[in-house]
Design a binder for this molecule. Structure first.
Ligand code: MD3
Ligand code: FE
Length: 177
């Protein structure tokens, strides 16, 4: 994680609508999720440096494959890991993850550091949302119909965690290409 962030620093990206996201992001793997005024997409390298994203650490591949297999998705090989860093007040509005080529692949999320309130909705944006606490060490596999449900993260409450300090880090392991 530290090696990834040293090579491809966390940055707050701009949405197509021109808003700067409160969550800081970086990526590792063959593809990385990016947004700018032109849109959302997976890119082969860091637009800030022009270099390829750092390689996916073996530990990330192993955690993703083991969690996915246990949840009924054998043979999951992620090619993208989006790393989100939340500082106090940072949030992620309700959205769907649709930029990956084949939505039959699950997404594996790993939460580290400060706890957050996750919002889990339905296939339509207006569907009711459930609030679920995501805590340090939680690993969740999002597959099947849930893969395309709307979801978000409420503003992070301030705190201090021995693993991350005043922050929450979330890894999402994906098959993008
Ligand atoms: C449900 N990240 O990066 S992780 C994202 O905590 C994202 O940083 C949140 O939403 C975070 O796109 C939530 C849990 C998660 C990740 C992907 C999902 C839940 C999901 C994709 C589909 C459905
Ligand atoms: Fe998402």
């Amino acid at each position: 994680m530290a090696a990834v962030a040293a090579a491809a620093p966390f940055r707050r990206m701009v949405t197509p609508g021109g808003y700067t996201m409160s969550v800081a992001m970086t990526n590792c793997g063959a593809a990385g999720w990016v947004t700018d005024r032109a849109g959302y997409r997976y890119a082969p390298g860091d637009p800030d440096s022009g270099a390829p994203w750092p390689a996916m650490p073996e530990t990330f591949l192993r955690i993703a494959a083991e969690a996915a297999a246990e949840a009924g998705y054998p043979g999951f090989v992620p090619d993208a890991c989006l790393i989100n860093r939340y500082e106090p007040g940072a949030k992620l509005s309700l959205h769907q993850d649709r930029d990956e080529r084949d939505h039959r692949h699950p997404i594996v999320s790993v939460s580290l550091g400060l706890p957050a309130t996750f919002q889990f909705g339905g296939p339509k944006r207006a569907d009711p949302v459930r609030r679920i606490a995501l805590r340090h060490g939680d690993v969740v596999v999002w597959g099947g119909p849930a893969r395309l449900h709307h979801h978000g993260v409420l503003a992070l409450k301030d705190g201090d965690h021995k693993a991350t300090g005043r922050a929450r880090i979330n890894l999402t392991l994906r098959r993008a290409l």
